[in-house]
Design a protein around this ligand. Structure first.
Ligand code: SF4
Length: 307
């Protein structure tokens, strides 16, 4: 697929999703602080914006400041992340980020980075473990640094893959999307893809018949045209024996003695080996007596002839 058609497809997807899921009025376009954007990004990854906002509110309500979160146990931080997927891992990432920041700046203020050029700010931020996630990086660029970035997590990646954008590298996929979707519509596009992922394009069983994008998506067509699901090699062998059970049953009965015959064969090979060793040795012993027989005959003849 050419780049231009990819851009056209993404534009079409955006238009259709905008028609289906009206942009939410509660969306707050105000800028977040860098710290808050990192925590929001960690909370938001692989879940909904609403759940991430709820977690962020709990941090604000239940903790005096970020230093209190930094010195809290993982279990305590997890309580603020209730309802999010993998809260323990998210709690570790948040606390690790706060500890790294405190050890470097003796505080919780990364706002001076906002005034720096985006590349310079990212160079500093990339030294934090939290920025190993492309989703968190894009969230901070979008919500705190004022750059153009469209965060795509695993669910977004799944949706876009089904729509014809198979990219394993999240940053590559993000680059493709960011080239096609302008900055002023980036946040909206990300939210619409999230809506689609949580509404119909679910991981296990996408509800394609009621999807607004079904005419532009090859996934249901490919699914219908695909041959019956290939069974696992192990299940294929068992499945092959089950349907033809009457014949294989006989074969199985025949085959059951086979293994019993096979076992003796294994034992028989060493049994045959000893006779082979035994046969060569007796002939060797027999030949010398054959050679000795003529000797007794020749001596009687010789005296006769000489006479
Ligand atoms: S048609 Fe199906 S697979 Fe394609 S985007 Fe819609 S729900 Fe997902």
């Amino acid at each position: 697929m050419a780049m231009q058609s990819k851009a056209q497809l993404l534009t079409e997807i955006h238009t259709l999703l905008r028609r289906r899921y009206k942009p939410k009025p509660d969306r707050d376009p105000s800028r977040l602080s860098v710290l808050t954007a990192v925590v929001f990004g960690i909370c938001h990854e692989d879940t909904t914006r609403e759940q991430a906002n709820q977690a962020l509110s709990r941090f604000n309500d239940e903790y005096f400041d970020w230093n209190e979160v930094r010195v809290s146990s993982i279990g305590e931080i997890q309580e603020a992340l209730a309802g999010l997927p993998d809260p323990e891992e998210k709690a570790r990432r948040i606390r690790r980020f706060l500890r790294q920041m405190f050890s470097r700046t003796y505080g919780f203020n990364l706002e001076p980075l906002v005034k720096k050029p985006l590349k310079e700010a990212l160079k500093v931020l990339k030294t934090y473990e939290a920025f190993e996630s492309d989703f968190v990086t894009a969230t901070v660029i979008q919500h705190a640094l004022g750059g153009h970035a469209i965060p795509i997590d695993k669910s977004g990646q799944r949706v876009l893959e089904r729509l014809g954008f198979p990219e394993n590298d999240p940053s590559n996929l993000r680059s493709i999307v960011e080239r096609a979707v302008p900055k002023n519509r980036g946040l909206e596009f990300a939210e619409l893809i999230e809506e689609l992922a949580n509404d119909v394009c679910k991981a296990e069983s996408p509800e394609c018949p009621r999807c607004e994008l079904r005419k532009h998506c090859d996934y249901p067509k490919n699914l219908a045209a695909a041959p019956p699901p290939a069974a696992h090699p192990k299940t294929r062998t068992t499945a092959a024996t089950k349907p033809t059970s009457p014949e294989p049953a006989k074969a199985a009965k025949k085959s059951t003695p086979a293994p019993t015959k096979a076992k003796p064969e294994i034992k028989a090979t060493p049994a045959k080996a000893p006779p082979k060793k035994a046969t060569p040795t007796p002939p060797k012993k027999a030949t010398p007596p054959a050679a000795t027989k003529p000797n007794p005959k020749t001596p009687p003849k010789k005296p006769g002839k000489s006479k």
